[in-house]
Ligand binder design. Structure first.
Ligand SMILES: [Zn+2]
Ligand SMILES: [Zn+2]
Length: 83
């Protein structure tokens, strides 16, 4: 299964909903990993910090991000592909 297909599976949808809940529906981005947490709550996307655990992600493998910070994450790390 390719990655785009994986993102449409019930497993991923459930994982995504769990992440939304544990992150309390708020962007988790912090400047330098320390600054105050971003306050955005709209259009949140679940980002993979890495792709080593696809299909068995835990919450630490994922980061809930607003669209701006999701773009920034991928801008800073071009190695990543999508989501
Ligand atoms: Zn944000
Ligand atoms: Zn991403």
């Amino acid at each position: 299964m390719n990655y785009q297909a994986y993102l449409r599976t019930p497993h991923w949808r459930a994982t995504r909903l769990r992440k939304l809940a544990t992150a309390k529906h708020q962007c988790e981005f912090r400047r330098d990993g320390r600054g105050p947490r971003c306050q955005a709550r709209l259009g949140l996307q679940v980002h993979h910090r890495h792709y080593r655990s696809i299909g068995r992600e835990n919450d630490l493998d994922l980061e809930l991000l607003c669209p701006d910070h999701h773009r920034e994450r991928h801008g800073l790390n071009q190695v990543e592909l999508a989501s």
